[in-house]
Design a protein around this ligand. Structure first.
Ligand SMILES: NC(=O)C1=CN([C@@H]2O[C@H](COP(=O)(O)OP(=O)(O)OC[C@H]3O[C@@H](n4cnc5c(N)ncnc54)[C@H](OP(=O)(O)O)[C@@H]3O)[C@@H](O)[C@H]2O)C=CC1
Ligand SMILES: O=C(CO)[C@H](O)[C@H](O)COP(=O)(O)O
Length: 472
C-alpha cells in the first residue's frame, strides 16, 4: 500500500468524522488512537475506505508520505502536549503538525515556537461544526505560518463547508490567531445559545408547549433568524422521550456544562478592555445553572412574582423575535469588536469580513445574518462597530421598542433574562452621548485625588478639587 496523504491522531467524535471527510475527498488517511481498540472498531466499520489503522505511533508516522501531515484531535490541554512530545522523536524536520482541537491560543503560540525551533511546521486550527460538520464540511480557522498553510490548503479547502460558493476556511493569521478566532466563535456560540434559552423561558411563562415552540422555531428558521442553532432548537422541542413519551426537553436537568472556551473569551476581553457583556452573561448563566442545589434552596426563601406572562401568543412571538435578534446583533458586535482589538494588539492583520464569511457555513454559529455581517465588513473594513453598519443600525432602531418591552415583561414576571438585559444595557450605554461617569470621576477624585477632566476645559487638562473632609 502507498503512503498516506494525511494522518490523524484522536479518534473520538471529531477525529473519526474528519477522517471520513478527508478520505471522501480522495485522500488516503492513516489513523492512530491512544486506545487501540477504538482504532480497530473504527477501521472495521469502514473496510472499503482508504483508511490505514495503526496501533503504534511509530507505525503511524512511517505510514505517511513526506512531508508528513499529522492532525491531532485530542482533548485540549495536556493531552495535546503529550501527543506532540511522543511525535517529536519520530518526525523529520519540515513535517507538519496540525492541532485541530479547542486549544487555548496561548498554548498554540507556545507550541508554534517550540516546534518551529525544532524545525517542524505547526498549524493551530480551530474546527467548528460538531459531529455533522466534521463529517460533511466544517468551518476551519487555521493559524500559523502562511507558507505552511499553503501546503495544507488543498486538503483543508476540500474538506471545509462551502458558503455562497466560498470555502469556509482561510489562513486567519500567524501563531495563535486561528485558535483565538475559534475561541471567540465559541464565546459567540455561548451568547447565541443563552439568548435562545431566555426566549424559551419567556415562552414557557406564557404557556407555550414544546410542540408550539417547535413550530415557532421552525417558522423563525425560515426567516431572518435562520441559523443552525435555531434549527436544532426546533428539533429539540419536537423530540419525544422514547421511555415516557414526554417532550424530552422537559426531562433534561437544567444544569449547563462548559469546557472553557467561554471563560477564556471573558478573560481575554477583560485583558483587552473590550465589553462583551452578552457573552459574559451567557457564561455566568451557565455557572448559575450549575448551582442547582443552591438555587433550589434559595427558591424556598427568596421571593419574587409568579413567572407568568399574559399576552397574546402571536404578539409575544413577534416581540421575542425582535428582542432575540437585537441581542444577537449586540453579541456579534461585541465578539467582533474583541477580535478587532486583539488583532491590532497582536498585529495579526485579521480580516473581519473574511472571518464572518467562513462562519456562514459548517460551524455551530452559522446563520443567515452572517451574510449581512460579511457584507458590512466588506463594504467598510474599518467599521467601528457592527451596530453602526447601516443595515444593523436600521434593524436595531426597528427592534429596540419590542426588545425593551420583552425585558420589562420578563423582569416584572421575575424571569431572569441576563443576556437580553446585558445586550440592551450595552446598546443604551453605547448610544448615550452622556453617561453618569462624571459622578464616578468625582468620587475617584474625592477618595484618591485621581483628578478629572472638565466639560468646560479642553480634553487632556486634568483638575483636582479639595473635597470636604468626612472622617471624624
Ligand atoms: N465535540 C465537539 O463538538 C467539538 C470538539 N472540538 C474539540 O476537538 C477536540 C476533540 O474533541 P472530541 O472529538 O469531542 O474528543 P474529546 O475532546 O472527548 O477527546 C477524546 C480523544 O482524546 C484522546 N485523548 C485524551 N487524552 C489523551 C492523551 N493524554 N493522549 C492521547 N490521546 C488522548 C482520546 O483517546 P482515548 O480514546 O485513548 O481516550 C480520544 O481520542 C477537542 O479539543 C475538542 O474540544 C472542537 C469542535 C467541536
Ligand atoms: O467547540 C465546540 C463547538 O463549536 C465544542 O462543541 C465545544 O465543546 C463547545 O463548548 P462547551 O462544551 O463549553 O459548550
Amino acid at each position: 500500500m502507498s503512503n498516506s496523504d494525511f494522518g490523524l491522531i484522536g479518534l473520538a467524535v471529531m477525529g473519526q468524522n474528519l477522517v471520513l471527510n478527508v478520505e471522501s475527498r480522495g485522500f488516503q488517511v492513516s489513523v492512530y488512537n491512544r486506545t487501540a481498540s477504538v482504532t480497530d472498531e473504527f477501521t472495521a466499520k469502514h473496510p472499503d475506505k482508504k483508511i490505514v489503522g495503526e496501533h503504534t505511533l511509530e507505525g503511524f508516522v512511517k505510514s505517511l508520505a513526506s512531508p508528513r501531515k499529522v492532525m491531532i484531535m485530542v482533548k485540549a490541554g495536556g493531552p495535546v502536549d503529550a501527543v506532540i512530545e511522543s511525535l517529536i522523536p519520530l518526525l523529520d524536520k519540515g513535517d507538519i503538525i496540525i492541532d485541530g482541537g479547542n486549544s487555548l491560543y496561548t498554548d498554540t503560540e507556545r507550541r508554534d515556537k517550540w516546534l518551529g525551533d525544532l524545525g517542524f511546521r505547526f498549524i493551530g486550527a480551530g474546527v467548528s461544526g460538531g459531529e455533522e460538520g466534521a463529517r460533511k464540511g466544517p468551518s476551519i480557522m487555521p493559524g500559523g505560518p502562511a507558507s505552511t498553510w499553503e501546503v495544507m490548503k488543498p486538503i483543508f479547502e476540500s474538506i471545509a463547508a462551502v458558503a455562497e460558493g466560498e470555502p469556509c476556511v482561510f489562513h486567519i493569521g500567524p501563531g495563535g490567531a486561528g485558535h483565538y478566532v475559534k475561541m471567540i466563535h465559541n464565546g459567540i456560540e455561548y451568547g447565541d445559545m443563552q439568548l435562545i434559552c431566555e426566549a424559551y423561558n419567556i415562552f414557557k411563562a406564557a404557556g407555550f408547549t414544546p410542540e408550539e415552540l417547535a413550530e415557532v422555531f421552525t417558522e423563525w428558521n425560515e426567516g431572518d433568524l435562520e441559523s443552525y442553532l435555531i434549527q436544532i432548537t426546533s428539533k429539540i422541542f419536537a423530540q419525544k422521550d422514547p421511555e415516557t413519551g414526554k417532550p424530552l426537553v422537559d426531562l433534561i436537568l437544567d444544569t449547563a456544562g462548559q469546557k472553557g472556551t467561554g471563560k477564556w473569551t471573558l478573560i481575554n476581553a477583560v485583558e483587552n478592555a473590550v465589553v462583551i457583556s452578552t457573552i459574559n452573561a451567557a457564561v455566568e448563566a451557565r455557572i448559575l445553572s450549575s448551582m442547582k442545589d443552591k438555587r433550589v434552596e434559595a427558591s424556598k426563601v427568596l421571593e419574587g412574582p409568579k413567572a407568568e406572562i399574559d399576552i397574546k401568543k402571536k404578539k409575544l412571538v413577534k416581540k421575542v423575535h425582535d428582542a432575540l435578534f437585537a441581542s444577537k446583533i449586540i453579541s456579534y458586535a461585541q465578539g467582533l469588536d474583541l477580535i478587532a482589538a486583539m488583532g491590532k494588539e497582536k498585529d495579526w492583520g485579521l480580516d473581519l469580513g473574511k472571518i464572518a464569511a467562513i462562519w456562514r457555513g459548517g460551524c455551530i454559529i452559522r446563520a443567515r445574518f452572517l451574510n449581512d455581517i460579511t457584507d458590512a465588513y466588506r463594504t467598510n473594513p474599518q467599521l467601528e462597530n457592527l451596530m453602526l453598519a447601516p443595515f444593523f443600525t436600521d434593524l436595531l432602531n426597528e427592534f429596540q421598542e419590542n426588545w425593551r418591552e420583552v425585558i420589562s415583561l420578563a423582569t416584572l414576571a421575575g424571569i431572569p433574562v441576563p443576556a437580553f438585559s446585558a445586550s440592551l444595557g450595552y446598546y443604551d450605554s453605547y448610544r448615550s452621548a452622556v453617561l453618569p461617569a462624571n459622578l464616578l470621576q468625582a468620587q475617584r477624585d474625592f477618595f484618591g485625588a485621581h483628578t478629572y477632566e472638565r466639560t468646560d476645559k479642553p480634553r487632556g487638562e486634568f483638575s483636582h478639587t479639595d473635597w470636604p473632609e468626612v472622617i471624624g
